[in-house]
Write a protein that binds this ligand. Structure first.
Ligand SMILES: *Cc1c(COP(=O)(O)O)cnc(C)c1O
Ligand code: SF4
Length: 336
């Protein structure tokens, strides 16, 4: 199927413009998808603290006129978000609030995570960060310098993880400056980037960005976030190929989500598709129990059953590690 002119025009623009043109309300997204909001359990109230945000590159992967599409479910604000579920609260991981103050999360041995920005290109309805009022938080240059000093002062740190929000929403200039600062820290071996942009806004993977990354003497790792094989469009493949061809190691993390990927066949197809494009399945996370996300929960028992089915169907290297995040723990908790 060929692309309508308006879409071709959109995709010829740079990533900042594509981001500015992302869907930001239910009606526009529904119109584009040939759906009527009246026939869907959509909720305007749910968008109040966490707006709808969907780049066209992701929306174009949603099946038209299918109210149950697995990609649509990840981004459409619905009534169930307003329900409260036992055990779900505003800070399930237990430390994000403090991390947004300092910008540094040092929980695990040898690795620190930098919260570089609070924004994302897409608002995933299942996300734990939906309840944090840090949408526009950005690690200021000053705080960034403090964070770099922190890493400089601790020789046990061998890896820095740029996270967020989405760290690739930083400009190339900001990223270059940060990476150059990290480059000068001798004991640092690796810089890891956790980003959903290669999947939801592949236009972000420019040659300038790749130059910034490959100029670093450190090993560069990119962990993308993809939950369903349908998210892997031709544009995503092109972006991932250019990352891979420039020597960047590519991994994927997914969240196990009811109505999205809680099915062994869907999980197998995801692993197969990822690997065929050079991306290694890394983690399959159990949902963090954040307020507003209860309808996405898959029980631990069900999760174990699913991963068991995946393990029987695929070679070991295509089976992601099933993990959950536990406040206070020294690593992600493997549950398989
Ligand atoms: C998830 C996470 C990491 C990365 O953990 P890996 O198991 O190395 O992928 C590091 N720091 C924090 C605070 C994290 O939440
Ligand atoms: S891209 Fe990641 S951090 Fe951003 S809303 Fe989605 S899941 Fe949350």
């Amino acid at each position: 199927m060929s692309e309508p002119n308006s879409e071709r025009q959109h995709f010829s623009k740079n990533w900042q413009q594509q981001l500015a043109e992302a869907f930001n309300n239910i009606e526009d997204l529904c119109r584009y998808l040939h759906l009527s909001p009246d026939d869907l359990p959509v909720s305007i109230a749910a968008t109040k603290n966490f707006p709808l945000r969907v780049p066209l590159s992701f929306a174009a992967c949603i099946e038209k006129a299918n109210p149950h599409d697995s990609l649509l479910r990840q981004v459409l604000p619905i009534n169930e978000e307003l329900l409260s579920y036992p055990g779900f609260n505003n800070d399930p991981v237990g430390d994000l609030a403090s991390a947004t103050q300092t910008g540094v999360l040092h929980k695990y041995h040898g690795r620190v995570l930098l919260i570089n920005t609070g924004s994302c290109a897409i608002n995933c309805r299942y996300c734990f960060r939906r309840n944090f009022p840090y949408a526009d938080l950005q690690l200021s240059k000053q705080k960034e310098d403090v964070a770099v000093q922190y890493i400089q002062d601790d020789a046990s740190i061998s890896e820095v993880i740029l996270s967020g929000g989405d760290p690739l929403l930083l400009s190339d200039a900001r990223l270059t400056r940060l990476i150059q600062q990290l480059d000068s820290i001798e004991h640092l071996k690796r810089i890891r980037i956790h980003s959903r942009l290669p999947i939801v806004l592949p236009a972000r993977i420019t040659s300038e960005l790749i130059n910034t990354l490959t100029e670093s003497p450190k090993q560069i790792i990119m962990v993308v976030h993809c939950n369903h094989a349908n998210e892997i469009s031709e544009r995503v493949i092109t972006a991932c190929n250019s990352l891979k061809n420039s020597g960047i190691a590519l991994f994927n993390q997914s969240v196990l989500l009811k109505g999205v990927n809680d099915n062994a066949k869907v999980l197998c197809e995801l692993s197969e598709q990822l690997f065929s494009h050079g991306i290694i399945p890394y983690y399959l996370h159990l949902l963090d129990k954040a307020t507003g996300t209860g309808h996405f929960e898959v029980s631990e028992i069900e999760a174990l059953k699913l991963i068991g089915q995946v393990q029987v169907a695929l070679p070991g290297y295509l089976v992601p590690k099933l993990v959950k995040e536990q406040a206070g723990a020294a690593s992600k908790q493997s549950i398989y």
